[in-house]
Design a protein around this ligand. Structure first.
Ligand code: PMP
Length: 451
């Protein structure tokens, strides 16, 4: 392999990175990751750390899942690609759909529409939601509601329902008819409400208010993450998602659960919707569906929604949507093996136990470091620290200081992710008690180096 400095120069010359300023990447060369095993990644200088990011919230089973690797290799040998556009299918996608149907049976979801990633899944769900209403004879239902701070990927539909200006402003104008309500974000909210239950009720009343404002008959769907992820790990009060479900049902609005992060165990439950006891109408999945080893996703569809499409006799239910890689057989093989491993290893149980350990450890760190304004988590293995330069005033931290904490933690043995003023942790769900200790010790060192 070429040496580190040479590769960094080539990277600066030829690669543009997602979610980064090109000049910043040139000035601050990214870490070159050359290998990974178990829950650890290794860089070109031979430094090895626990990956507390889990790839990008997706490597739930770690980097050494041999059954998934073997399934990918075998499928690649047998049928490396064929499309499932009208007229052809393959045995691997059929078997996967049956397995997903069993897996999501408690969520009331029984059909799979395959995609090649999370943004594709969101786009698919938004389109199917509009089409569902057209098929039912309510073509006026075209608008979408969502949460501020929500993240739904980068296609124009997803960007339009995103609730963070960073992912929107450079790409305006976005889709018309997308409206946002406040998220149940206890640390900062327009109502200065610090009680999670009361805040959930306030946000629900804002949803009712927005529906009245827009007119229920103009709204196709409400899309939400069961726990806001990229927006900074914001778990709502347990009453929130059931409240959303009830309001959507009452107004004939579809509920889309964006479970690109939360499906398959991350919250300590098999799905985020199940975590809150809710059955969505459509569910977006991707990421951990293949453990990150192959780009793939699926939108899961509720039986009652499927029935509307399948019983249509007007032709309106023809699905004029799909991707070259919808139902890629290698992705489907990876997903099949991944699902089997996810169940065999009972990953939500470990996610819940290690998640509690991590959350408690982070709370202890907050006692020690003034920079930690808020600690969020407590539902499986998704946690965030929101950093501030002044705790009383909740002044958001500057980029240089949070960068120092992240670098210090990396040097001391853990990769954590910086997102705005947050440090985000979403490690593989198979990590051990010792791995969690390593993350906490590394963060401690990171804060010590920046304080
Ligand atoms: N929805 C959610 C909730 C996500 O977290 C993400 C990715 N972080 C996406 C959609 C988009 O997924 P992808 O990056 O695979 O397109």
């Amino acid at each position: 392999m070429k040496d580190s400095n040479f590769l960094k120069e080539m990277n600066a010359r030829s690669v543009w990175h997602p979610m980064a300023h090109p000049a910043d990447c040139q000035a601050n060369p990214p870490t070159i990751v050359t290998g990974a095993s178990g829950v650890r990644i290794r860089d070109i200088d031979g430094h090895e750390v626990v990956d507390a990011v889990g790839g990008l919230w997706n490597v739930n089973l770690g980097f050494s899942s041999d059954p998934i690797k073997a399934a990918i290799t075998a499928q690649m040998e047998r049928l490396p690609y064929y499309s499932i556009f009208r007229g052809t299918t393959n045995d691997t996608v059929i078997q996967l759909a049956e397995e997903l149907r069993d897996f999501f049976e408690p969520d009331g979801l029984s059909r799979a529409f395959y995609t090649s990633g999370g943004s594709d899944s969101v786009e698919t769900a938004l389109r199917l939601a509009r089409q569902y209403h057209q098929v039912r004879g309510e073509a006026g239902r075209t608008k979408f509601l969502s949460l501020k701070k929500g993240y739904h990927g980068t296609h124009f539909g997803g960007a339009s329902v995103n609730g963070n200006a960073n992912f929107r402003s450079a790409y305006e104008p976005l889709l018309a008819g997308c409206h946002h309500i406040p998220a149940p974000y206890t640390y900062r909210n327009p109502f200065d409400e610090t009680d999670p239950k009361r805040l959930a009720q306030l946000c629900l009343s804002m949803l009712e208010d927005e529906i009245a404002m827009q007119g229920a008959g103009s709204i196709a769907a409400f899309i939400m993450e069961p726990i806001l992820g990229a927006g900074g790990v914001i778990p709502p009060h347990e009453s929130f998602m059931p409240g959303v479900r009830e309001i959507c049902t009452r107004h004939g609005i579809l509920l889309i659960a964006d479970e690109v992060i939360t499906a398959f165990g991350r919250t300590g439950s098999w799905s985020g919707s199940r975590h809150w006891g809710v059955q969505p109408d459509l569910m977006c999945t991707a990421k951990a569906i293949t453990n990150g080893y192959f780009p793939f996703g699926a939108v899961m569809i509720a039986e009652h929604v499927a029935q509307v499409f399948e019983q249509d006799e007007t032709g309106k239910a023809n699905i004029g949507h799909g991707y070259t890689y919808s139902g890629h057989p290698v992705g489907a093989a990876a997903a099949l093996a991944c699902l089997e491993e996810t169940i065999r290893l009972d990953v939500p149980t470990n996610a819940a136990a290690r998640g509690a350990q991590l959350f408690n450890g982070l709370q202890a760190l907050q006692q020690k470091y003034e920079l930690i304004g808020d600690v969020r988590g407590g539902h499986g293995l998704m946690c965030a620290l929101e950093l501030v330069s002044d705790r009383a005033a909740k002044t958001p931290i500057d980029k240089a200081t949070i960068g120092k904490v992240q670098d210090g933690a990396y040097q001391a043995g853990a990769m954590v992710r910086m997102s705005g003023a947050n440090l985000i942790m979403s490690p593989p769900l198979v990590l051990t008690e010792t791995d969690v200790d390593t993350i906490l010790t590394a963060l401690d060192a990171g804060f010590a180096s920046a304080s």
